[in-house]
Write a protein that binds this ligand. Structure first.
Ligand SMILES: Cc1cc2nc3c(=O)[nH]c(=O)nc-3n(C[C@H](O)[C@H](O)[C@H](O)COP(=O)(O)OP(=O)(O)OC[C@H]3O[C@@H](n4cnc5c(N)ncnc54)[C@H](O)[C@@H]3O)c2cc1C
Length: 387
């Protein structure tokens, strides 16, 4: 399996790298500090046509997850939040592409691809995050559709979205029935979006609680079949995991960029800090780990592009997400160390990288959950615990 970049991918890389340097980098600190949604960055991504990147040609895309990873990496190198704007849009797109019917695809995908529509994806609830089977939000069948009751937390992008894909259990038994996804449109009576979280990292893209009080959702807004819709979408998420991992390599590379510049300017004991062997080896290790993560992420993306599915993709994609985001955390931690006290000061950008890296180890399946996927592939699932 080859993942050398094609001439088209090299072109995407150099275009996005230039735009990131010239138009995104100078906004990154302000977005982080103000925690205001960066509408100007959203408009820039639209102008460049980047929302379409990973998707089939019929939606104006390249059909290549590797191309999309490259764009995410270049943006994430200077601004986590701007890279996040792409990824957060791609989750509902991927879900509808995998699990939606023709009418739902025709209604929503062109708008998501062009950036005219915004979407969000919501499974997490106060009592259950990693364990999706523990959700309590309920969708009860009624005439013409469903009524949804329940509450969600940490739904990213909901505050600016036209619709949210909401996971809810159907059925009447105490533990609910199968999980289904429902398209809940903004402004639907009974659907409320709460106050955004004040977050340590990923501050520019809002994450909010959601409340559902007898929200009517018509039948045409249930995604996929009642029995299999959710499972199909969760399987499809293996394909978007390399995109999440790509934020890790971009972040690590950006932290290396800042640390390299700093240690070449800063002096101690009569020489540049960058001339101490201990410091040079630290930087070398940061670069080695980042390159290793990049190769794993590109390989996972190339598997998707080659049409590989099933256990091989699931395992490689989990390895890529886990490794790249753990590397991002280690590299960002070392970068702060190389800045000394300046690394702690908000006058320098490096602590932003540190805070954003921590988020990456938790979102879109924590790194423990990714390790479970890999361990299960090696050993099989652990025996069920006695009740
Ligand atoms: C910035 C941000 C944005 C988010 N955006 C969204 C969003 O848009 N939509 C959405 O639905 N959710 C979103 N989330 C929620 C996120 O998906 C969950 O936080 C995540 O899945 C973990 O769930 P939890 O926080 O409930 O932790 P828990 O599941 O309670 O886990 C607590 C700890 O236990 C560990 N753990 C749990 N189970 C196991 C296990 N089986 N083996 C080993 N360790 C385990 C976890 O890894 C973690 O360290 C977001 C979170 C953040 C921080």
């Amino acid at each position: 399996m080859s993942y050398a970049l094609s001439p088209e991918q090299v072109e995407i890389q150099s275009l996005v790298r230039r735009v990131a340097r010239e138009r995104v980098a100078q906004r990154a600190d302000d977005i982080d500090r103000s925690a205001d949604y960066p509408q100007d960055m959203y408009d820039l991504l639209r102008e460049l046509g980047l929302f379409t990147l990973p998707f089939p040609a019929e939606y104006g895309g390249t059909g290549s997850v590797l191309s999309a990873c490259i764009a995410v990496e270049e943006l994430g190198r200077v601004c986590y939040n701007t890279a996040y704007l792409l990824v957060v849009q791609w989750l509902p797109f991927g879900a509808i592409l995998a699990g939606g019917n023709d009418e739902q695809k025709a209604r929503l995908l062109p708008g998501l691809a062009s950036g005219e529509l915004r979407g969000a994806f919501s499974t997490t609830e106060p009592q259950s995050g990693s364990d999706v089977s523990g959700i309590r939000t309920r969708a009860r069948a009624c005439e013409g559709g469903y009524r949804i009751d329940g509450a969600k937390i940490w739904c990213t992008n909901a505050a600016v979205s036209d619709f949210v894909l909401v996971a809810a259990k159907t059925g009447e038994q105490a533990d609910g029935g199968a999980i289904n996804l429902f398209i809940v449109e903004r402004g639907t009576p009974g659907f409320k979006i709460g106050r955004k979280e004040d977050k340590m990292g990923a501050r520019g893209v809002p994450s909010s609680p959601l409340f559902f009080d007898g929200v009517f959702v018509p039948e045409r807004n249930r995604l996929g079949s009642a029995a299999r819709g959710f499972k199909i979408v969760m399987e499809a998420f293996n394909q978007s995991r390399p995109l999440i991992a790509a934020r890790g390599i971009g972040l690590a590379q950006g932290a290396i960029d800042h640390a390299s510049a700093f240690i070449q300017e800063r002096h101690a004991f009569g020489q540049r800090v960058g001339e101490f062997q201990g410091v040079r080896w630290m930087l070398a290790d940061m670069a080695i780990q980042t390159e290793a993560a990049r190769q794993l992420v590109y390989r996972a993306a190339s598997l998707v592009d080659a049409g590989v599915t099933g256990a091989e993709l699931a395992t490689t994609a989990a390895m890529a997400k886990c490794f790249a985001t753990d590397v991002a955390m280690r590299v960002a931690t070392d970068a702060v160390q190389l800045f000394g006290a300046a690394g702690i000061s908000n006058e320098y950008p490096i602590n932003r990288y540190f805070r954003d890296a921590k988020v990456l180890q938790i979102v879109e399946g924590t790194n423990q959950i990714q390790r479970n996927i890999v361990a299960n592939a090696l050993l099989g699932r652990p025996a069920a615990r006695p009740a």
